[in-house]
Ligand binder design. Structure first.
Ligand code: ASP
Ligand code: MG
Length: 438
């Protein structure tokens, strides 16, 4: 069985919901839905007002949101009978949300409010499919999705419960369930963090040993370089999970590494698809590595590099530890690292504690800071015994000043640090050399 997840924009209007209903027709599958776009943000706003003891502010948003849902209902359903059922559904959720405007408001109540978005969108879709005559069965995420005491998903529990629930409805045409929401180790309503619906889909897929997990969004799939800066990019059809993980840091429109981990571990391919172009092949992420192939180039802006040069580093032990400790003390993650015998360069993207970090580092040597830099990364099967790829990357950069080069941290990536003003021509040169044989 396949698992299909649709994000907030894909179910963002009555028309979009109808579209999703068409896409999910056919063989039996599990459909994971996000809240309609904007809803979770509104629920966060409502909670903020309630934290600040401002029930009027909260009520205003609640009223506006529930009115919007009433409009969706008019448009979505064809019969009075189903319009009525849907109105009751919406009313019950909003009445419930309103009960929280009267009392003490804590994290616990907030999580209950945040859960309503997915409960509403799946409830609406369930009714709509039933109206169309599809035997769609709701499998409530709150009955099987659970996190443990460390707030990590509990795969054994999820598998056992979900399998049982599916077995109780063997004759269903289709299963619908909520993304994002779960219960925690204490049985309270909780969630898998913002954007967590992809994680839900991956966990559901892993739990049932799905044949494929499909993540449907409304954007065109991944390209091998950034089309906003580069001419002649093409779609990436296939990626290894590890390549996808490298690209995730660069804000490439793919899944977060932790979200795809259950799929990777259970060897379940994840396919990224576009609801606007449902017949396009999309991007397949799996444990299959295309041998020797460079897949994509991506860039990350607003990088600061810091170089510490010290004669004392020569043959000294513990020098790197002391340097790294300073970053740790200021809660600043390091992204790229390059070293020589007498110095080390690192990059950070969070400049909040830059001044303090530099002050502390001065104890150990001469410190140089370069701001407004860009990391460009080349991702693919770059196994060290594959020869020639370094030469191609460096050759592409022959007219671009390069501040740092890093390779060997993984088999899938070469990173280069350049000036922001060189970004466009660097990306174009890499595309020309690596993909377009110019
Ligand atoms: N509705 C949730 C959010 O907006 C979860 C998701 O869409 O993935 O964060
Ligand atoms: Mg989302």
């Amino acid at each position: 069985m396949k698992v299909l997840k649709f994000g907030g924009t894909s179910v963002g209007s009555a028309q979009r919901m109808k579209n999703v209903a068409k896409l999910i027709a056919g063989e039996r599958k599990i459909v994971v839905l996000s809240a309609m776009s904007g809803t979770t943000n509104s629920l966060v706003e409502i909670s903020d007002y309630l934290y600040k003891r401002n029930p009027d502010g909260a009520n205003e948003i609640i009223n506006r949101l529930s009115m919007k849902y009433m409009e969706h209902i008019e448009e979505l359903y064809g019969t009075e009978e189903y319009k009525q059922k849907a109105k009751e559904l919406i009313k019950s959720h909003f009445d419930y949300i309103r009960t929280f405007t009267k009392d003490l408001f804590t994290l616990f109540e907030e999580k209950v409010i945040l859960a309503q978005g997915e409960l509403i969108s799946t409830g609406m879709m369930h009714l709509y499919l039933n109206e169309l005559g599809v035997n769609a069965v709701m499998i409530p995420a709150l009955d099987y999705m659970r996190t443990d005491k460390n707030a990590e998903p509990d795969p054994i529990y999820i598998k056992e419960k979900l399998t049982r629930l599916l077995n109780e409805h063997k004759d269903a045409d289709l299963y619908i369930t909520q993304g994002y929401i779960c219960r925690n180790a204490y049985g309270e309503i909780d969630n898998l963090q913002r954007g967590g619906s992809d994680y839900s889909a991956s966990l559901v897929g892993a739990a049932i040993g799905a044949e494929e997990i499909q993540i449907w969004t409304d954007i065109d799939g991944m390209h091998n370089n950034d089309p906003r800066f580069v001419e002649g990019t093409s779609p990436v059809r296939q990626l290894h999970f590890d390549e996808a993980a490298e690209l995730a840091y660069f804000g490439a429109k793919i899944l977060h590494p932790t979200c795809i981990l259950p799929a990777k571990l259970n060897n379940i391919p994840v396919r990224l698809l576009n609801t606007m172009q449902p017949d396009a092949p999309g991007t397949l992420i799996s444990n299959v590595m295309e041998k020797g192939k460079i897949k994509a180039v991506a860039a990350k802006d607003n990088i600061t590099s810091i170089k510490i040069k010290s004669g004392r580093m020569l043959l000294a032990t513990g020098f790197l530890r002391k340097v790294f400790e300073i970053f740790e003390n200021h809660q600043t993650p390091i992204d790229m690292v390059t070293t020589s015998e007498v110095g080390v360069s690192v990059t950070i993207d969070n400049r909040k504690h830059l001044e303090e970090i530099v002050d502390d580092l001065k104890k150990y040597g001469t410190v140089t800071v370069d701001e407004n830099m860009v990391i460009v990364c080349v991702v693919g099967d770059l196994e060290w015994d594959n020869i020639g790829f370094e030469a191609r990357v460096v050759q592409a950069m022959k007219d671009v000043p390069v501040r740092m080069i890093s390779y060997g941290g993984s088999n899938y990536n070469v990173s280069l640090l350049i000036k922001a003003s060189d970004k466009r021509r660097a990306l174009q040169a890499l595309s020309d050399h690596l993909f377009n044989n110019k």
